[in-house]
Design a protein around this ligand. Structure first.
Ligand code: C2E
Ligand code: CA
Ligand code: CA
Length: 642
């Protein structure tokens, strides 16, 4: 009776697990690896026939003899069937697909033969001997069925050892325990004819694998249902531990923000789901990971150069083909950072840092959407890391930040009319670092705001200390970055600094590039208004480079536009372009500064098209404060450098 009670309890537990599992599993892309469903159902089947058999054996249930015999045989067959499903589900995760397929055929063949032999024995009574009333008395059949079950388990144990290093340790333990338990239960059953242990271990194992499954669910990304960052890091740890040779690809959908703002977030979400599904389907070697937002990763066996090229092309094909979502055809552009392991020190941090570094390189260089991290990049990374640490120090140790001033000169009389403040950072080991090198790093590391603040403070200090000299020029301009203008408290912080210094705000202007204004936002508008209300002007910097957009010119009240060096230096052979641009700007009544004037010839062209102000090496490079001040106190005329 206890046996029947235990079986009924097991039945409810297993049915409960199965129900909950089926519910939580809806939509999971891991259904291929689902071990719970087939095992659970075959175990339920086993329990049902066991309960009926045991009820009839104890006389609680009357069954006609032939039916009782049939149920008993089904019950006995249910043991190897259940074990086969359990082991098969495990083998699928351990062995390559093809081997599993062959094994499956052999194992199902054996089970089929056992079934035929079992039921045909109803006529021969050799393997299973029944009483008149249809009760099983003896016979070697059950032993053979147990042997068969044992064989299924052994095959799995071999597969387990064969793949020992490739499976995570907690799954390894689960597999090993389940095989041992089941094997032990069979032996126990053979000796004592009591299926307690079998029932107990089965329920227990099922519960355990359910928990393992739940753990897997925790490592799934909620939106795309592919493994998430946690799973990715787990995988990388394993790669490091086993010194695996892999090729890791980190993908970044570049224009994803644009997709979201143009088609709405729900379309963006669907886009990510489809992309994730395509990426997973494409990668036959394992899962694709979603690290966060628009970032994905693949961890592959080490690829040859051609292999990498093929994979990159395949990913390109997916993105350029795009997806049709609610009638909108959406394509995207991906950047791919590639790292090959093992790297030098073979640590997790090294892999993660190298991938991040490579992706940052891609973003910085643009036009180069795929970069493979290799030894050549190591010194470059070191330099960037050094610069980053210098920057971190510079924001607290302001004396490291130097301001250089480059005069802006009126073409009509070569007088200094204004200046641009340009940042330099001085470090005792690295020397003077130029902004071309550290500004992108500072922007990336979120250090630009404190640096801008320092620049403003230093310029203000000059304005107050040398008010008399500065009174002779119209303004000193300071470059600001996108992050500055987009941050909500930029104007408050900067205006505080200016007010605190007592400098005349109207002597300051800010240079911004069009790209900053490309993504409109409330904070930009607010900052803009608060700053211009104080009489500070904005100048449009780098006009004529990639982003040029006439709308910015018309919609934002810039008085002065700075023509980029590329426009000026090309002007000697592409005069028409410069003439066209200046003609338009003159028509819009904008003041113009030609940047990067290096030769007398360029100066001549610039004058011809009617540009009033110039800035460039022809007159002066950016110089330290003292030099700049000496010019201001002197004649204010600059003798062109030879
Ligand atoms: P930019 O705003 O376009 O500044 C002009 C750059 O052109 C300066 O480089 C200047 O030295 C250089 N230049 C001036 N005349 C000539 C010339 O005749 N020939 C050549 N080849 N170059 C000339 P610099 O100082 O290295 O700054 C580079 C960029 O770094 C700046 O470009 C600006 O975008 C950024 N930057 C500099 N200081 C700051 C700063 O304080 N804050 C921010 N956010 N960015 C800064
Ligand atoms: Ca500038
Ligand atoms: Ca410029």
């Amino acid at each position: 009776m206890e046996l029947i009670a235990a079986e009924i309890v097991s039945f409810f537990i297993v049915a409960g697990i199965l129900f909950e599992h089926r519910r939580s599993q809806k939509g999971s892309i891991h259904s291929r690896e689902d071990t719970i469903t087939p095992v659970g159902f075959s175990y339920l089947f086993y329990l049902v026939v066991s309960i009926i058999t045991h009820l009839s054996m104890r006389g609680y249930l009357y069954l006609v003899p032939w039916f009782s015999m049939g149920i008993t045989l089904t019950h006995m067959l249910a043991i190897p069937t259940y074990i086969l499903f359990w082991m098969r589900a495990i083998e699928r995760r351990l062995l390559p697909k093809q081997r599993v397929r062959i094994l499956e055929r052999v194992q199902f063949g054996m089970l089929g033969l056992a079934a035929i032999a079992t039921f045909s024995d109803l006529a021969f009574h050799r393997l299973f001997i029944f009483s008149e009333a249809g009760r099983h008395i003896e016979g070697s059949g059950l032993l053979y069925l147990n042997y068969l079950s044992g064989l299924f388990i052994l095959i799995q144990v071999i597969a387990l050892f064969y793949r020992w290093h490739r499976i995570p340790s907690y799954i390894r333990m689960l597999f090993l325990f389940s095989s041992l338990f089941l094997l032990l239960s069979l032996v126990f059953f053979e000796w004592f004819r009591q299926p307690y242990l079998l029932g107990l271990s089965s329920t227990f194992m099922l519960l355990l694998s359910y928990l393992v499954w739940q753990r897997r669910e925790l490592s799934l990304d909620l939106l795309t249902r592919i493994p998430n960052y946690t799973a990715y890091i787990e995988h990388l740890k394993h790669v490091v531990l086993t010194h695996q040779k892999t090729t890791i690809l980190m993908l970044d959908i570049e224009n994803f923000r644009l997709i979201n703002s143009r088609y709405g977030n729900s379309h963006g979400d669907i886009f990510l789901q489809r992309f994730a599904a395509k990426l997973s389907a494409f990668n036959t070697q394992g899962p694709a990971y979603r690290l966060f937002g628009n970032r994905f990763a693949l961890i592959l066996r080490r690829q040859s150069h051609n292999g990498v090229v093929r994979i990159v092309q395949a990913i390109r094909a997916i993105t350029s083909e795009g997806f049709v979502i609610d009638g909108a055809h959406i394509t995207c552009h991906v950047n791919i950072a590639i790292v090959e392991t093992p790297l030098k020190t073979n640590t997790l941090e090294e892999i993660v840092d190298s991938l991040d570094f490579t992706m940052a390189e891609i973003k910085e260089r643009r036009r180069l959407p795929v970069i493979i991290f290799n030894q050549k990049l190591v010194p470059l990374r070191q330099r960037k890391l050094d610069i980053l640490s210098v920057l971190r120090r510079a924001v607290v140790q302001e004396s490291m930040v130097k301001v250089f001033y480059q005069p802006i000169i009126a073409t009509k009389d070569n007088r200094i009319v204004a200046a641009e403040a340009l940042m330099r950072i001085e470090d005792e080991r690295l020397g003077m670092i130029s902004p071309g090198e550290f500004i992108p790093a500072a922007e990336m590391a979120g250090l630009i705001s404190p640096l801008t603040e320092i620049m403003v403070r230093k310029v203000c200090s000059l304005l107050t200390r040398y008010a008399k000299q500065v009174a002779l020029i119209s303004h000193i301009s300071i470059n600001i970055s996108a992050e500055d203008l987009h941050s909500t408290d930029f104007s408050r912080r900067i205006l505080d600094v200016i007010e605190h210094s007592g400098a005349d705000a109207r002597k300051i202007s800010f240079e911004v590039t069009e790209s900053i204004l490309l993504t409109p936002s409330d904070s930009v508008e607010k900052n803009w208004k608060a700053i211009t209300d104080k009489g500070i002007r904005f100048l449009l910097d780098d006009f004529g480079t990639g982003y040029s957009n006439l709308e910015t010119l018309v919609s934002k009240p810039f008085d002065i536009v700075k023509l980029d060096r590329s426009v000026v230096s090309n002007a000697t052979n592409r005069y028409e372009l410069l003439a066209l641009i200046t003609g338009m700007l003159t028509h819009l009544k904008k003041g113009m500064v030609a940047e990067g004037v290096e030769t007398a010839e360029q100066l001549e062209v610039v004058k011809q098209v009617g540009i009033q102000f110039v800035q460039g090496y022809y007159f002066s490079r950016p110089v330290p404060e003292e030099q700049f001040l000496s010019w201001l106190s002197g004649t204010m005329f600059i003798i062109p450098q030879a």
